[in-house]
Design a protein around this ligand. Structure first.
Ligand code: XUL
Ligand code: CO
Length: 436
């Protein structure tokens, strides 16, 4: 059975092509800074948005037309959906996908039944992975949709809810390992608070750390070698989430002895909700060796929530790729499209247009970033900007031999300090435009 008969395998046709179902920039075998685009991006499709997104919003129900869905939450429908997903991903030519347990298989009446459902669908996922060569970038557990998680999962005041969440993560880790998943993601859906008057923040944070340590211990016990990733998000659904931004997450893992086991999965719309740019979050993680993977999407400047749109802005993808190229890629992480088509784009073909656009935007961003890096337009400017630290007093500051006393002596003797240089921001922005 073919579910997208009108769509061929998407070819690369180059920038001059007018074919709407072709890549203009994403050419999997083309090499950028020594890596093929395929290996540089490691693009992944997000199962939850692309195959489970309904288009519902707080003002109205779903709009998506998905002829393969029979409207039931049955295991057989879930298994059929796997075939649809793998046909879609094969035609798109993406090497990876990502899922939550409850996206791929329905929740049962008990934990045992949910686990059975997950095993039944995982069997088909494995068959399809073997048939198509598409691999699992990461798995994760949905610890936020079911009403039992109303107060959080690992940070719930109800210890039985903690136990349930732990059991769920244990199972998804095992399924992720069975499917050869290369990473495991923690996004703290409702790990935060709505009201501090009723919250023991210290206890909740220590419970979250216990939870992550148990996951690390379980990985060791079962021999799961994938990379753990922590995904920052400042709010939504809770008013304040503990995994607020890269800085908060890195502080958390440092403070709780998790530093060696966890990197970050940075998402664009989460960065902007936190009041940061994506580039800031990527850079902050990367300079500490903690940029593990990204959830590629974008928000809407005029809407204040997590709209998870596909990224099409070339400035954004160029900024992402400047950081990603600097750390030579993301492996074993990748670029996961945690993005959904908008409610009005309800036809199956829109899923293709959306992913093609996102992949092409990243490919263009990478080509532009590589050209900027090759000409060293930013690198030389930045290194010259700091050259006062290469010798003399600057060197003493950096190597730890200067003290407040020696610096005071230095300034008293020098009297007139070296004048500042211009930051040339407008000029640099003009130069970046020359590369677009
Ligand atoms: C929610 C979000 C999640 C995580 C995985 O905003 O980004 O889908 O990526 O749980
Ligand atoms: Co995400």
């Amino acid at each position: 059975m073919e579910y997208f008969p009108e769509v061929p395998v998407i070819p690369y046709e180059g920038p001059k092509s007018k074919n709407k179902l072709a890549y203009k920039h994403y050419n999997p075998e083309e090499v950028i800074e020594g890596q093929t685009m395929k290996d540089l991006f490691r693009f992944a499709v997000a199962y939850w948005h692309t195959f489970r997104g309904t288009g519902g919003d707080p003002f109205g129900p779903g709009t998506m037309v998905r002829p393969w869905d029979d409207g039931t939450d049955s295991v057989s429908n879930a298994q059929k959906r796997v075939e649809v997903a793998f046909e879609f991903m094969s035609k798109l030519g993406v090497p990876y996908y990502c899922f939550h347990d409850r996206d791929v298989a329905p929740e049962g009446a008990t934990l045992a039944e949910s686990n059975e459902n997950l095993d039944a669908v995982a069997k088909v996922l494995k068959e399809q992975q073997e048939k198509t060569g598409i691999k699992l970038l990461w798995g994760t557990a949905n610890l936020f949709s079911h009403p039992r998680y109303m107060h959080g999962a690992a940070t719930s005041p109800n210890a039985d809810v903690f136990a349930y969440a732990a059991s769920q993560v244990k199972k998804v880790m095992e399924v992720t390992m069975e499917l050869g998943g290369e990473n495991y993601v923690f996004w703290g859906g409702r790990e935060g608070y709505q009201n501090l008057y009723n919250t023991d923040m210290q206890r909740e944070l220590s419970h979250l750390a216990r939870f992550m340590h148990m996951a690390v211990d379980h990985a060791k016990a079962i021999g799961f070698k994938g990379q753990f990733l922590f995904e920052p998000k400042p709010k939504e659904p809770t008013k304040h989430q503990y995994d607020f931004d890269a800085a908060a997450c890195l502080n958390f893992i440092r403070a709780h002895d998790l530093w060696d086991y966890i990197k970050l999965n940075i998402e664009t719309n989460h960065a902007t909700l936190a009041g940061h740019t994506m580039m800031h979050e990527l850079e902050y993680a990367s300079i500490q060796g903690k940029l593990g993977s990204i959830d590629a999407n974008t928000g809407d400047m005029l809407l204040g929530w997590d709209t998870d749109q596909f990224p099409t802005d070339i400035y954004l993808t160029t900024q992402c790729m400047l950081v990603i190229l600097d750390q030579k890629g993301l492996a074993p992480g990748g670029v996961n499209f945690d993005a959904k088509v908008r409610r009005e784009s309800f036809e199956p073909i829109d899923l293709f247009y959306a992913h093609i656009g996102g992949m092409d935007a990243f490919a263009r961003g990478a080509k532009i970033a590589a050209a900027i890096r090759k000409d060293r337009v930013l690198a030389d400017f930045v290194s010259q900007r700091y050259d006062s630290y290469n010798s003399g007093i600057g060197q003493q500051i950096e190597n730890g031999t200067a003290t407040f006393e020696t610096l005071e002596q230095y300034v008293l003797q020098k009297v007139e300090i070296t004048p500042n240089k211009s930051g040339r921001q407008e000029l640099i922005e003009n130069i970046i435009n020359d590369y677009l």
